[in-house]
Design a protein around this ligand. Structure first.
Ligand code: 2AL
Length: 169
């Protein structure tokens, strides 16, 4: 799909295609649609990034709350979006042993209790060891540091999803 095709999409169609560009949240696509025409894919991604940056802290945390836990119940039940499922599998979340699954669940719960949103990481850029390490560090972080780190990761997820969605088509 080239940028001219993207720029020509009516809002409804655009939102349908890009509703999961970070996490299932059609609001993001709807918010950047009026910013077309985009010069290129980089400009499209920048518009999304600027929209996220424009959100108040509560909005950024609201976005993070749309994510599901790594190796969590939705992953186990197979009810994640295709993109999330593939990303979690790319980091080996499907081959954790039972000790690792319960360790991950405990850390995810501790994190969720502390921050009120789930731990988010761009899993295609990680493996299970680096995910456990970051989760341990993140559980000790200050809220502002952690919110900023998680938003950065959400943008990395967005970058890779856009590349796959637009360039592979
Ligand atoms: C995810 C996800 O769905 N994809 C990814 O890279 N990371 N979720 C998460 N909680 O970090």
């Amino acid at each position: 799909m080239d940028i001219a095709t993207i720029n020509a999409l009516p809002c409804e169609e655009f939102v349908k295609i890009f509703d999961n560009v970070i996490v299932k949240c059609p609001l993001i696509a709807a918010a950047v649609w009026p910013r077309r025409p985009f010069k290129d894919l980089i400009a499209f991604e920048e518009a999304i990034s600027e929209f996220i940056d424009s959100l108040p802290d509560s909005g950024k945390e609201g976005l993070l709350r749309c994510f599901k836990a790594l190796a969590g119940k939705e992953f186990q039940n197979g009810t994640l979006s295709r993109e999330s499922d593939e990303e979690q599998k790319a980091a080996g979340m499907d081959v954790l042993n039972s000790n690792e699954v319960s360790h991950m669940a405990r850390l995810n719960e501790e994190y969720q209790q502390r921050f009120g949103f789930p731990f988010v990481i761009c899993s295609r850029m990680h493996n299970k060891v680096s995910i456990f390490n970051q989760l341990l560090v993140s559980c000790q972080n200050e809220r502002t540091v952690e919110r900023a780190r998680a938003i950065k990761e959400a943008k990395k997820i967005c970058h890779l999803r856009l590349q796959r969605l637009v360039l592979s088509d």
